[in-house]
Ligand binder design. Structure first.
Ligand SMILES: [Zn+2]
Length: 107
């Protein structure tokens, strides 16, 4: 083998190594993108499941359905908000009455 042949072979090997390194980086990028896409699919699937759960419940609500369990989570949340509002109004009335009656001067 001549010196020129040897240099040619070394340069060819170097180009192959460079190409392999690039290929490796491309594969890594592709794997990252696949991983991101999988996470997004998982997130969207969860959101869709939640939406479907919501939609499937149309017409299945009833009086005090917030007591019926996890499928009425939103109903329970609304009930809590209603009760919080009612408690606030009651508290204000009570404190005004105490001031009127003179049972409480300061709070
Ligand atoms: Zn409900």
């Amino acid at each position: 083998m001549t010196e020129t042949d040897l240099i040619d072979r070394l340069m060819k090997a170097r180009r192959t190594l460079d190409a392999n390194a690039q290929l490796h980086a491309d594969v890594d990028d592709a794997l990252d993108a696949i991983e991101d896409a999988a996470k997004e699919i998982e997130r969207l699937t969860a959101a869709l499941r939640y939406e479907q759960h919501q939609l499937n419940r149309i017409g299945t609500h009833g009086v005090n359905c917030w007591k019926w369990g996890p499928q009425h989570y939103e109903c329970a949340r609304r009930k809590i908000e209603d009760l919080e509002g009612a408690a606030l109004v009651y508290e204000q009335h009570l404190s005004q009455k105490k001031v009127r009656d003179g049972t409480v001067l300061d709070r």
